[in-house]
Ligand binder design. Structure first.
Ligand SMILES: Nc1ncnc2c1ncn2[C@@H]1O[C@H](COP(=O)(O)OP(=O)(O)OP(=O)(O)O)[C@@H](O)[C@H]1O
Ligand SMILES: [Mg+2]
Length: 362
């Protein structure tokens, strides 16, 4: 999979852009706050229909402008085009090869990217929310049903939360006020749990192999899905019913996949609590590289790698592992200068990003 050409209009700090990419390594360098991440964000937008750093599309429209356009021409078997039109007052428009895409889910699977930024290296020390986000973003790209189920689950969860708050201090009939919500929640929840379990199972093997290599055979990493609830609708319903008083007092639902986590053990010890900083970073890197392998396997071709400022965060040894993956994919890399880690990369194209403009360097 290869991005050929990116066209932007009023996206973030970029008034206008027409940029052609190198088939392998593309280095986007420049000072801070010039627009490097914005360029990766635009490509990510085309793959997922959303930004990787905000859920408010409007933030991506250039200040004082009514709308923004993104157009990406890319090649998988043949050249395809994805276009996005973000409006300050209105819904966003998405098109694939000029035909409107009505549901964002329909865009998934067209273009596959992996975004890797320094926050991903903090995946282990950050809380379970970040780890759930990691699962969700990956599964969404390979399974269009997942996003739909996830959205539905969160919609029902929100509605249930409102009902719980209204019930506080009043007598009520569970069957009348909560059961209809709980049935839907348990049904969608179980679907999510099943899909997450499948994903972690596939990820765990690969992650363990990569981690073993990076740690030169000294560490065995064991990833497992720490689910809050079993994948069983009846059990889910029973737990919701039995804990309803606690949920009412707390004003929110305490049971379900919105409280899941991923457990990681190195040689039998929990990396989340006891891992050294180095072990935590190696674990995060192994998970991310495993995610790439998995996506490549699912879509039958390597995804486009978007590396946001990540090379300088890795030591030489870890960089070497990263480079092996870079060699397999088309990669867009941002950095503030062409430092040593960047010089180690295979030769490709370099672009200087300055105040929302891009100049092609040799
Ligand atoms: N909607 C917007 N309209 C105009 N400018 C914006 C908008 N959103 C963000 N910016 C500007 O974009 C710039 C940040 O761009 P970006 O995050 O791509 O920087 P960067 O080159 O990646 O920097 P760093 O090296 O610090 O990561 C900031 O100057 C910010 O003010
Ligand atoms: Mg940046």
């Amino acid at each position: 999979m290869q991005a050929d050409q990116l066209l932007l209009k009023d996206f973030r700090n970029i008034p206008e852009l027409d940029l052609s990419f190198h088939p392998h390594v593309n280095i986007l360098y420049g000072q801070n706050a010039q627009g490097k991440t914005n360029l990766l964000e635009a490509v990510y937008f085309c793959a997922t229909g959303r930004s990787h750093r905000t859920s408010y599309d409007k933030e991506c429209i250039r200040y004082q402008q009514p709308e923004a356009f993104i157009k990406l021409l890319y090649t998988r078997r043949k050249q395809d085009t994805i276009e996005l039109h973000l409006r300050r007052n209105g819904r966003k428009g998405v098109a694939f090869n000029k035909a409107p895409v009505r549901k964002i889910e329909d865009l998934f699977g067209c273009l596959s990217v992996i975004m890797f930024s320094p926050e991903d290296l903090s995946l282990i020390k950050n809380g379970p929310m970040q780890r759930r986000k990691f699962m969700d973003l990956e599964i969404c790209q390979t399974d269009p049903v997942y996003l739909h189920t996830l959205k539905e689950y969160h919609r029902i969860l929100k509605q249930r939360g409102q009902v719980l708050k209204q019930l506080n201090g009043f007598s009520f009939s569970y069957e009348e006020s909560l059961l209809p919500w709980d049935q839907q929640l348990a049904e969608k929840g179980v679907r999510l749990i099943q899909m997450r379990a499948r994903f972690i199972e596939k990820l765990a093997d690969r992650t363990a192999k990569i981690h073993e290599k990076i740690s030169h055979g000294t560490e065995h990493l064991d990833l497992s899905y720490e689910k809050n609830m079993e994948a069983d609708v009846d059990m889910f319903l029973e737990k919701l019913k039995n804990t309803v008083q606690r949920d009412i007092i707390l004003g929110s639902t305490q049971t379900g996949p919105h409280r899941d986590d991923i457990a990681m053990m190195i040689n039998g010890q929990d990396v989340r609590s006891y891992g050294s900083q180095g072990q935590q970073r190696t674990t995060a890197l192994s998970m991310k590289l495993a995610e790439m392998e998995l996506m490549e396997e699912e879509i039958g071709t390597p995804p486009i790698l978007l590396l946001d400022d990540v090379m300088s965060e890795l030591d030489q040894d870890r960089q070497t592992h990263m480079i092996q993956y870079i060699e397999r994919c088309q990669t867009l890399i941002t950095c503030t200068g062409v430092e040593d880690s960047i010089r180690r990369l295979p030769v490709g194209a370099r672009y200087l990003v300055e105040n929302g403009t891009v100049v092609v360097k040799s």
